[in-house]
Design a protein around this ligand. Structure first.
Ligand SMILES: Cc1cc2nc3c(=O)[nH]c(=O)nc-3n(C[C@H](O)[C@H](O)[C@H](O)COP(=O)(O)OP(=O)(O)OC[C@H]3O[C@@H](n4cnc5c(N)ncnc54)[C@H](O)[C@@H]3O)c2cc1C
Length: 420
């Protein structure tokens, strides 16, 4: 029997909700129910330090004294159902009563038909993959998305032969337009990996994969990195409204459709007035900021600001830091700042990006910045993120000039510097 706040899911969103509740002065009981047997840990290090054998094995574990904060941990306990009318959570180890429930169950990796393949979502997945990398065999990675890129980086560093099979025409097909992601294809070749774009996998086999055209690629191990789906199956029959992608369809305070239930992180979408659409964001920053918004609303009640962030994501791949902020729409204008293959500001040349040659791309709609992608240009990211958040008018000509700091592309700033 528990009362107070029960949080289901001990990943970034669940952990940050629990901690933020205490920071906001919430004094009721807080229980963190996690399906995994481990002490809560963070996922970004899994595809970076953990896979690359850097640091200590426990480095991904959150450095938080839960006991000291009065947060009850219940690892290895899986939520099976929720009965909102009775404020009751059904778990693998009996029922829990709640005053407020926070759903933070994240997402499950998409799997492909055929023989079992590796995925990378949990600490256990990462440890299994680390052993595969240590064996220095031949790897087929399905998907050249963010996870595929970081995995390729680690596998090549470990000395594996790597073939990456990607259905889209360029890496990061789901996240970036092909013209923007095209220079990134060269990073795979530079690292000594073979990238096959426009190639679809029909089936995973015990010793490799069979492609849609019948070709077989042999491998010692196959890793599937083609995205993740909100982990919400356990909510079936609860009456909690789900969105088109199976996620909890939350409101602007991240409340679910039944009383006293919130949803946050990879498992939940929210209506964004900023972007005029419902957003489902699978980024660490969203898990952390959403958690703070939920905790504020629980601890302080109505009157707290609605949740409407500028999405932000980072990735470390092929010796580069890639960051993205905002939300570009298909009609937005793509503006290159320091082209990936030549600094003419008009797009990638033929050369591909050289290591250490930072570049960035902005998206504009009229005189507003909607998104920024920065490769080894953290200042562009920081300035761009601020411009997007403030909604200030920019001077597109200055946005396109890589030698003008992005913050100086602000329209008023451009006018005042022109007058001096
Ligand atoms: C390998 C990897 C690397 C990443 N790197 C980056 C990065 O560099 N930058 C970035 O911005 N984002 C990155 N991300 C994304 C980021 O980690 C996620 O957006 C973030 O972890 C989402 O947090 P969450 O708490 O919503 O979900 P999760 O972290 O998935 O946590 C959900 C937890 O709920 C548990 N759970 C699920 N169902 C139940 C149930 N029924 N009962 C009890 N517990 C349950 C799960 O086991 C899990 O522990 C990465 C993700 C992965 C997998």
């Amino acid at each position: 029997m528990s009362v107070g706040v029960v949080i289901v899911g001990a990943g970034a969103a669940g952990v940050h909700t629990a901690v933020a509740l205490r920071e906001r002065g919430y004094t009721g009981s807080v229980t963190l129910v996690g399906g995994e047997p481990h002490r809560p840990y963070d996922r970004p290090p899994l595809s970076k330090a953990v896979l690359r054998g850097q640091g200590r094995p426990g480095d991904a574990v959150f450095d938080i004294d839960f006991e000291d904060l009065g947060i009850g941990l219940a690892p290895g306990r899986t939520a099976r159902a929720v009965v909102p009318g009775e404020r009751r959570l059904v778990t693998s180890r009996g029922d829990l009563a709640y005053e407020t429930l926070v759903i933070a169950t994240g997402a499950d990796p998409v799997r492909l038909p055929g023989a079992p393949a590796h995925v990378l979502r949990t600490l256990d997945d990462a440890e299994r993959l680390r052993a595969v990398l240590d064996a220095r065999g031949e790897l087929v990675i399905i998907g050249a998305g963010w996870i595929g890129a970081e995995l390729t980086t680690a596998a090549r560093e470990a000395g594996c032969r790597v073939t990456v099979v990607e259905a889209a025409g360029a890496p990061l097909g789901g996240a970036l337009p092909a013209e923007v992601a095209a220079p990134m294809a060269a990073w795979y070749a530079e690292a000594g990996a073979e990238l096959r774009t426009g190639t679809r996998v029909a089936e995973v086999e015990t010793d490799g994969v069979r492609l849609a055209d019948g070709t077989r690629l042999r491998a010692d191990a196959v890793v599937v990195g083609v995205g993740a789906r909100p982990a919400t199956d356990w909510l079936a029959g609860s009456g909690i409204a789900l969105g088109a992608r199976g996620e909890v369809a939350a409101d602007a305070h991240l409340r679910a459709s039944v009383p006293d239930v919130y949803a946050v992180g990879d498992c939940a979408s929210f209506p964004s007035a900023r972007y005029g659409q419902r957003l489902l964001v699978h980024h660490w920053d969203n898990a952390m900021l959403g958690a703070r918004a939920v905790a504020a609303h629980i601890a302080q009640g109505p009157g707290t600001p609605v949740y409407d962030p500028v999405p932000y994501f980072w990735s470390e791949q092929f010796g580069r830091v890639v960051q993205y902020a905002g939300h570009a729409a298909p009609g937005d204008t793509v503006v290159w700042r320091g082209a990936a293959g030549g600094r003419d500001g008009r797009g990638p040349g033929t050369g591909g990006a050289g290591r250490g040659d930072g570049w960035s791309v902005c998206w504009t709609r009229g005189d507003r910045l909607t998104a920024v992608l920065a490769v080894d240009r953290p200042r562009d990211l920081a300035h761009g993120r601020r411009l997007i958040t403030s909604g200030a008018a920019v001077e597109p000509r200055r946005v396109a000039d890589p030698d003008v700091p992005l913050k100086a592309a602000l329209r008023e700033h451009a006018a005042s510097t022109a007058g001096t």
